[in-house]
Design a protein around this ligand. Sequence first.
Ligand code: ATP
Length: 396
Amino acid sequence: MADVRLDGVYKIYPDGTSAVNDLNLEIADGEFLVLVGPSGCGKTTALRMIAGLEEISKGTVAIGDRTVNRVPARDRDVAMVFQSYALYPHLSVEDNIGFGLQLRKMPKAEIAERVAKAAATLGLTDHLKRKPRNLSGGQRQRVAMGRAIVREPQAFLMDEPLSNLDAKLRVQMRAEISRLQRDLGVTTVYVTHDQVEAMTLGDRVAVMKKGVLQQVAPPQELYERPGNLFVAGFIGSPAMNLVQGRLEADGDSALLTLGDQRLAVPAGLIAERPRLREMFGRDVAVGIRPEDMDDADLPGESAEGTVLESETELVEALGSELLVHFTIGAPPVVTEDTKELARDAGADDIGAAGGRSPMIAKFSPRSQTGEGRPVRVRVDTARLYFFDPETGAGIW
Ligand code: ATP
């Protein structure tokens, strides 16, 4: 096993497309690192450069103690698992799993032993004689994993291995991959555009945008301390609400003006993030996560300065929670990051609502709110996020 290091790595395709831009990553021995970002952000290209399937334009990739820039893919001692499992339809499960070892002319007995061990780990022992067409999607995926495991490589490289599975199976296989990786302890780089997959699998998650690494951190840290607007909007579902506001000092605490409404920012939050004081008297980009809001008319405390008034426009009942859509009279945040997030979400009308910002809150299912009715939204103001409206940098 080995660590994987990328040092100042660039990929410029022959047509001039700059797909990866100065990527620096150190993936520790045994670590599970997830590369995540919207379609086209360069994550597959980065993975393929580690695998040796794509030439590196500039910089170095090292696996263990050797630089592999000039090492052909087959000699890099890494195993790749693709989205399309790339199984041989005419070969049995057993032969599919052992194929790479046969090519390497490994003794038959050793192949049989390794295949049997992998099959047992993956719950495929009873299916070894079957052909891929007689397997379920999840089982096919396991065969593809088996093929990677038997090679006992220095690292696993996985490119959206679950994206061909239905939602339920994806959740199940996600847990299996996580367990397997922990048991085997093999350094893993995993590419996905699905932030939930990234958060649940990764020891650390690297978020990319347009070829540039935005932040790399453990999942909880990405969620709690996003480095910029892009990461803030990308991690979390539904996405963090982003609106323009204005901060003013108010003794030890601060007042946050959002259009015609005001929230009180607790003194504790200002004390924790001293750089916020530099924003006093200036516009600031404010982030409120849907899960940090609830119906203020439910029993419980609603202190002054923690409630936004609006009208419910749409309620999506998910059983365990309600997604309540409303708007507030403060302009949306429009930066390069929020435009990229809107593009990724398939929306191109950001800012079209004039000076109002669309918001989504997660309400308790006990809420009685309904479409077209006034709504009072309680905000957990200790959990507000702030960003520089020009650079998009998180203010921590
Ligand atoms: P997806 O999830 O859609 O696969 P990705 O984040 O993995 O996206 P890449 O496939 O790495 O992104 O592509 C990064 C950028 O490089 C994109 O703009 C893409 O169009 C471009 N690109 C990829 N392959 C080539 C190529 N062979 N020639 C030119 N441009 C390419």
